[in-house]
Every structure is written in structure tokens, then in C-alpha cells.
Design a protein around this ligand. Structure first.
Ligand code: ZN
Length: 217
């Protein structure tokens, strides 16, 4: 542990909740309360600690909610972000900052991180096949494709998992795939994705975790 003269700086964050619905008690207790307890402890012992979090306003969860309510992703996040923030305030969590991933500050910071990783050669691109709905003119993330489960033959399995047998699925393995947007049969098209070379720094990260464990223990 650090000496009192040079305080260890501690940054705490929790999984960002998607701005696509209200928080329930299980989420508050499971994902945010442990972080809040940790932060309260560090406030009490005089640590230099900052607790940040925010609404995740990008991703499939948002577009699915927008499609289900027949509105736009922007309308969904604009309605749920203030609600999430109010819930954290009412629960008296000790957050120093609660932002949103659509803010200009977040875009700027995320782009700066991306640029550092890109310039440093930490990213690799891979071309893969993904389902595409020609009628809707949209790429289909896994959850937008349904079909027959390759394991139990459940006819309404999702492209990421089968709710009947609980098996994780790769969308391409579904039988008779159909688009959740139009019901049409989607086609497979090539698309490029960026991946972070996590394996190259895995030993270093493991070392940090073990050192932290030893310090706490
Ligand atoms: Zn199944």
C-alpha cells in the first residue's frame, strides 16, 4: 500500500447500464452497491477516490428497445438517461460523475483511446460474415436473427442463444434463419471488425491483479 504522503489514486466504475429501461433492485444490488460500498470505505479512510459511471447509449439493446416501441434510438436514450440518473440519486450512491456515452466529452475521450491503441498497433482487423437484411437495408446483430436451434431444434432460437436449451449459439448455425425486422431470410455478407490484442498484455494484467490481491490479502 502507498504511504500517506503519496496517496494512491483510485478510480472506480461499474458496468454502464443501457439506457433502454428502468433499473431494478437486482441490478442496483448486484452491479452498483458493491462499488458504492468500496468507495464509501475509501472515503472513510481518506483515500483519493473517484467513482464514475454513466448511461450506455449505444448498442443493440437500444435499437431493439426502439424497434419494440416503434420510436427512434435517440428518443429511447433521451427518455431513460434522466430516469437512470434519478434512480442513482434517489438510492444515494456516492457517484462523483454520471454521464452518457452520447456526450461530446465521451466521444472525444473514446476517440483519443482508440487513436492511441490504433497508432500503437494494438488493434487488428478481421473480415467476417454477418447477416444482412436486404429488405430493411440493415446489418443484423446476432439478436436480430431467429431460427431453428442447432442443438434442440427449438424453432424460435435467438442468434446469440437458445432460450429453450440455454445453449450459446453462433447466428450462422441457425436453421432457416429469419430477420426479426422483416421476417425475411437474411443473406451473409462480409464485414470488417476491429479487435484488441488482449492476449499480448494478458501476462502483465495477471501480474497487476495478483499484486493487488497480495496487497489486499
Ligand atoms: Zn436449443
Amino acid at each position: 500500500m502507498s504511504s500517506k504522503s503519496e496517496k494512491q489514486k483510485i478510480l472506480v466504475t461499474s458496468a454502464l447500464p443501457y439506457a433502454n429501461g428502468s433499473l431494478h433492485v437486482g441490478q442496483l444490488a448486484g452491479a452498483y452497491l458493491p462499488a458504492d460500498l468500496f468507495v464509501r470505505y475509501h472515503h472513510r479512510v481518506g483515500s483519493d477516490v473517484v467513482f464514475i459511471c454513466g448511461s450506455d447509449e449505444h448498442g443493440v439493446a437500444i435499437t431493439l428497445a426502439a424497434d419494440a416501441r416503434q420510436t427512434t434510438p435517440q428518443a429511447i436514450v433521451d427518455s431513460f438517461h434522466p430516469q437512470l440518473k434519478a434512480t442513482f440519486d434517489r438510492a444515494a450512491f456516492t457517484l462523483d460523475y454520471y454521464g452518457r456515452t452520447s456526450s461530446p466529452e465521451h466521444h472525444k475521450t473514446a476517440q483519443a483511446f482508440f487513436k492511441v491503441l490504433h497508432d500503437g498497433g494494438w488493434l487488428v482487423t478481421r473480415t467476417e460474415e454477418q447477416f444482412y437484411d436486404e429488405k430493411a437495408d440493415r446489418w443484423l446483430p446476432d439478436r436480430y436473427v431467429e431460427g431453428i436451434c442447432p442443438h434442440c431444434e427449438h424453432p424460435d432460437a435467438r442468434g446469440d442463444e437458445c432460450e429453450k436449451c440455454g445453449t450459446w449459439i453462433e447466428a450462422k448455425t441457425l436453421g432457416e434463419p429469419r430477420s426479426k425486422l422483416t421476417g425475411n431470410t437474411p443473406i451473409l455478407k462480409e464485414t470488417t471488425h476491429w479487435y484488441f490484442k488482449l492476449s499480448e498484455i494478458a501476462p502483465e494484467l495477471e501480474g497487476l491483479v495478483l499484486a493487488q490481491d497480495a496487497a489486499v490479502g
